[in-house]
Design a protein around this ligand. Structure first.
Ligand SMILES: Cc1cc2nc3c(=O)[nH]c(=O)nc-3n(C[C@H](O)[C@H](O)[C@H](O)COP(=O)(O)OP(=O)(O)OC[C@H]3O[C@@H](n4cnc5c(N)ncnc54)[C@H](O)[C@@H]3O)c2cc1C
Length: 420
């Protein structure tokens, strides 16, 4: 279930095995989420970072791809139910790789006013709001209060997504688009990045967190740390007892498991499953305790690996777990003894990085800790390598070179506004 990083890696690893693999996703494409913020800020188009799953896996003869949204999992009956008519599917092995959803921390009503960033629809919604605000600013002449509101962007959450969004928005307004507007001065756009913690990028080395803050502030972003959001409403955010009027509010504060995964905690599921901090605990074989034929991988899995390391919610963790689950299934198909002999999962940390703006990023790879231009080049190279196909690599590379040379983003089309 799920054609993201985990599901795709698992399906690929089952190539050539004498099983019928059915990969099910509610969309027809695999999405490279690390570059979503560039779609949201008009740097790239959706098709640059998403490819049809059928195209990616077209050479795999034991694989069927079904586009459907999973609604419920009946572990006792070994059946998954879907949203289309009475389509359901029985399984021998189930790999749950449904990824995470935006966590509103008990305030689902805030989702009416703030926008998360988890899929292409989210990215398009942010892009429309942002570019639309700039267009409105250009024709707003007599209302300085509304003008300031349109040109204020609040980003909530100082992890990699929040940092990348804040940096990209500041750059887009102050440098990239500014020369094209006559009446509005986009350089006055305020970007406010709010986080409840004491530092940005809390999973990174503290030196890199400090570096990211300095770089963002240099770009004009206001960074508010140790600040709790108290309310999000239509066009405003209250945080740290201050009210910010904002035309665009972006929520990058955290993720949790989708509802279908929480439903696995139902009373009638035996042995019981307990979701912890938005994730399903799994064993070192990626299977759910007491359910040896059901695997959970990627962002929805809480895995403490064979070396005692908690696998982070990153693409590399999802891919490694996907491959491991496939390895366990292959072994189990032979015998329980062979399965028991499979070495416990060990997460290989290939490094973490976040980009801040043009020529600015932070990267931690092995013993190397880098900031600025060097980290930025590393970030570009790594993201190009991991894009799923050659067409995307070439496309994205060309657009980046173009944007670097001419400051011209390519994904800026807005359609006519609907009448209220
Ligand atoms: C904005 C952003 C930036 C990120 N940047 C980085 C980064 O720089 N580096 C990094 O390593 N990681 C990054 N990540 C995290 C990384 O993308 C995730 O860790 C990774 O995608 C997890 O893989 P997954 O397979 O668990 O889930 P996903 O890749 O999210 O895949 C889940 C799949 O399940 C499908 N699905 C969901 N619900 C259903 C349903 N009910 N029925 C059918 N299908 C369903 C979805 O359509 C999706 O295709 C970023 C994430 C985001 C959102």
């Amino acid at each position: 279930l799920g054609g993201g990083f985990g599901g795709l890696a698992c399906a690929r690893k089952l190539k050539g095995v004498d099983v019928e693999v059915v990969l099910i996703d509610r969309t027809n494409h695999h999405l490279f989420q690390p570059l979503l913020y560039q779609v949201a800020t008009a740097g790239l188009s959706g098709s640059d970072i998403a490819q049809p799953i059928r195209t990616i896996l077209r050479g795999q003869s034991n694989l069927n791809i079904h586009m459907a949204s999973a609604l419920g999992i009946d572990l006792a009956a070994r059946v998954v139910k879907f949203d289309w008519r009475d389509y359901s599917l029985e399984y021998d092995y189930l790999v749950i790789a449904l990824g995470a959803v935006t966590n509103w921390f008990g305030h689902n009503e805030w989702s009416q006013h703030a926008m998360g960033l988890k899929n292409l629809e989210d990215a398009y919604a942010i892009r429309e709001r942002l570019l639309g605000a700039f267009e409105r600013a250009e024709i707003l002449r007599d209302d300085p209060v509304e003008l300031a509101r349109q040109l204020t962007v609040v980003v909530i959450g100082g992890g990699a997504t929040g940092v990348e969004m804040a940096g990209a928005v500041a750059e887009l307004a102050s440098h990239v688009l500014k020369p094209e507007y006559r009446s509005a001065n986009l350089a006055t756009t305020r970007v406010i990045l709010i986080d409840a913690g004491e530092r940005l990028l809390s999973t990174f080395d503290p030196d890199l967190s400090a570096r990211a803050k300095v770089d963002l502030e240099r770009m004009g972003v206001t960074v508010q740390l140790s600040t709790m959001v108290q309310e999000v409403g239509s066009g405003f955010v209250v945080a740290g007892n201050t009210r910010y009027e904002a035309g665009t509010i972006i929520w990058a504060a955290g993720v949790t498991a989708p509802a279908i995964v929480y439903d696995l905690q139902a009373e009638n599921v035996v042995p019981k499953i307990k979701i912890e901090r938005g994730r399903i605990p799994v064993g070192k074989d990626c299977a759910i305790a007491g359910h040896p034929n059901v695997f959970a991988i990627g962002d929805i899995a809480a895995m403490t690996d064979g070396a005692g390391v908690n696998t982070p919610g990153l693409a590399q963790g999802a891919m490694q777990m996907g491959e491991h689950a496939a390895k366990v299934i292959r072994a189990d198909l032979i015998s329980a003894e062979i399965r028991a002999a499979v070495k416990p999962f060990v997460y290989h940390d290939k490094g973490t990085m976040a980009t801040i703006g043009k020529s600015s990023a932070v990267a931690h790879i092995g013993k190397l800790k880098a900031g600025g231009f060097v980290a930025w080049v590393l970030w570009l190279v790594v993201h190009l390598i991991f894009l799923v196909d050659l067409r995307s690599k070439l496309n994205v590379c060309l657009k980046w070179v173009w944007a670097y040379a001419f400051y011209r983003p390519s994904g800026r089309l807005l359609s006519a506004r609907k009448s209220p």
